[in-house]
Write a protein that binds this ligand. Structure first.
Ligand code: ADP
Length: 580
């Protein structure tokens, strides 16, 4: 025995109780005892034993009544009950079994037989709290297999059991019985236990030719163990010999009854066996249901976990996708800038040379025209002053035009990074102050320029380049406000950033323009007024500072450009140099 099982003994006689207790404990069981039914019910309520052994005669509530109460109590109704009595009358046994007792044994019985019965009852007991209430109509629609070589006894018993409403199958030898059982088991498996013809109980004769009852019992026991089926086996024999009973019980029989013409006891024993089978089947059904539910819960949990994982993955994927798109557009932007930079640098270089000498020659021509005019007057010649003035004017206009081209070339060169700019610690406030005089002439009348400086404006940057950014942003803001409005330049220093913003009260920037403002040569200004390079150049300059430039339309109207410059640029540059 692997695990010690508890037996609850209800016995009023101390001597009897002690004797039984010693016998059971020696056999390896734990024994608890109550002296009367009331005490027993209280103990059983607290702790469910594997078996209850009851004295038929108890003071107060009788053993039969106690048995009935046990079988009616939820939670302990499936505990097998073994009734003990000194009586040797069939009626006592019948009453005991009909009260729900699972077995009946006389106190005078041999110790070994008592222990065999106890073990047989415990074997069939299942420690389940889920068993259903008693069913008193066990004979109804039950199928019983009778195995006996005596056709007379078979017919007699068949008649008796059919009169109780049972369906009876018969076999006159062990082989036929086994094939009937195997067929029943196969059918029941195919119909998942819903087979009406499933055999519920086997009654077999001990003495049979070829395969005797003991051998058949052993084989049946193997089948029911393999198939996890509750299949009660009741052995019947002509004589009640102790050794035979012991062998039968050891072979797996659940009960042993002496053949008699009076079938009262036999029927009571069959009832008790069927009751146990019903409880067992119910227990199995509930267990299976319980396992199914557990499986469903596990499945639901697994599915939920998988769904959550999938959702998390989808989220991660979406984030990665966004990041990828952003990186891609940045790459496209910088690739565009790089190729344009190279192109622009080439063109600027090609234009710059002829432009330089054309401009210097033109300036010389304009100066000479002036001088020649004066000299001709001095020597008394009378030149056509109107034509001379026109020529001077045209030369001056040509100089102005070429100077504009030269200015454009300067911008193109800085766009193409020809003007690298020197990085050093510089005061951005000074950069702003240096730029203001250039645009101050435009801040007249209804145009107002406000400047708010951060307390500390010193940071590592290329001040020449930062000047350009400020000038570009201020020029655009003044263009945007037209004849009236306000432009505000403000700087703020945070823990990690230096922020420069230029806000205006102009019309703001429409969405379709907003998308393109950093593109080189994109301009909405008139020909000759805009080059579309101011913001593209500014973008590159800020990029070189490892900062950011952003634009938004203000809720109050107008646009605001925000430049953020990192305060640790010097460290970043030296780190990247070390890494390289
Ligand atoms: P440009 O000034 O030569 O046109 P920019 O690159 O400086 O070139 O500007 C590109 C375009 O961005 C401008 O033509 C204008 O449409 C728009 N823009 C820039 N700043 C502002 C502003 N403050 N308000 C409205 N639009 C602006």
């Amino acid at each position: 025995m692997n695990e010690r099982k508890t037996i609850h003994l209800v016995e009023d006689s101390d001597t009897q109780a002690l004797k039984l207790e010693i016998l059971l404990q020696d056999a390896g069981y734990d024994v608890e005892r109550s002296a009367n039914a009331e005490q027993a019910l209280e103990c059983l309520r607290r702790k469910r034993p594997g078996l209850v052994i009851l004295d038929y005669h108890l003071p107060g509530i009788s053993g039969v009544e106690l048995c009935r109460q046990i079988k009616m109590r939820s939670g302990i109704e499936s505990v097998p009950v073994l009734l003990l009595t000194q009586e040797d009358e069939a009626d006592v046994e019948r009453r005991g079994l009909e009260s729900g007792a699972d077995d009946y044994i006389r106190k005078t019985v041999d110790d070994a037989l008592l222990l065999a019965r106890v073990e047989s009852l415990l074997r069939s007991s299942r420690n389940s709290p889920f068993l259903s209430p008693n069913n008193t109509e066990h004979f109804r629609s039950q199928t019983i297999l009778l195995v006996d070589d005596s056709v007379t006894y078979l017919t007699f018993l068949e008649h008796e059991l059919e009169s109780e409403g049972c369906r009876v199958l018969k076999a006159t030898n062990g082989r036929d019985a086994l094939s009937l059982i195997e067929k029943s088991v196969a059918q029941s498996t195919a119909t998942q236990g819903c087979d009406r013809d499933e055999i519920d109980c086997i009654i077999l004769d001990l003495v049979m030719p070829k395969m005797d009852g003991i051998e058949l019992c052993r084989r049946l026991d193997v089948i029911r163990r393999e198939q996890h089926r509750s299949l009660p086996i009741l052995m019947v024999t002509s004589q009640e010999a102790k050794d035979e009973m012991m062998r039968a019980l050891e072979a797996g029989a659940d009960d042993f009854v002496k053949k008699s013409n009076d079938t009262v006891i036999l029927r009571a024993r069959i009832r008790a066996l069927l009751r146990r089978k019903l409880l067992h089947d119910e227990h199995e059904r509930i267990l299976a249901q319980f396992r199914r539910k557990e499986l469903e819960v596990v499945q639901a949990q697994t599915e939920r976990a998988a769904a959550l994982k999938q959702a998390a993955l989808a989220k991660e994927l979406e984030a990665a996708n966004c990041e990828l798109k952003e990186t891609q557009s940045q790459l496209v932007q910088s690739a565009k800038m790089a190729s344009l930079g190279a192109l622009v640098a080439g063109i600027a270089h090609e234009i710059n040379n002829p432009l330089s000498y054309s401009l210097s020659h033109l300036r010389r021509i304009a100066d000479n025209l002036e001088r020649f005019g004066r000299e001709l007057c001095d020597i008394g010649a009378a030149p056509d002053m109107t034509r001379l003035e026109k020529a001077k004017q045209r030369a001056a206009q040509a100089v102005e035009g070429l100077e504009r081209v030269a200015d454009l070339i300067v911008k193109l060169r800085s766009f193409s990074r020809r003007d690298k700019g020197e990085f050093k610690l510089a005061n951005v406030q000074e950069c702003i102050e240096a730029t203001l005089p250039i645009v101050r002439h435009r801040c007249t009348g209804n145009r107002k320029l406000v400047v708010e400086h951060a307390e500390d404006s010193v940071l590592y940057c290329a001040p020449g380049l930062i000047n350009q950014v400020i000038l570009n942003l201020l020029t655009n803001a003044l263009d945007a406000i037209g004849e009236a409005g306000e432009v505000c330049v403000a700087t703020v220093r945070t823990d990690k950033m230096f922020r420069l913003s230029v806000a205006d009260s102009g019309p703001g920037i429409p969405d379709e323009v907003l998308e393109r403002i950093f593109e080189p040569f994109f301009t909405t200004k008139d020909v000759g007024k805009g080059t579309g390079l101011g913001l593209a150049v500014s973008y590159q300059i800020i990029d070189r500072h490892k900062g950011s430039i952003d634009v938004r339309n203000r809720a109050a109207g107008g646009a605001e450009f925000i430049v953020e410059l990192p305060l640790n640029l010097a460290e970043q540059i030296s780190e990247s140099r070390t890494a390289a």
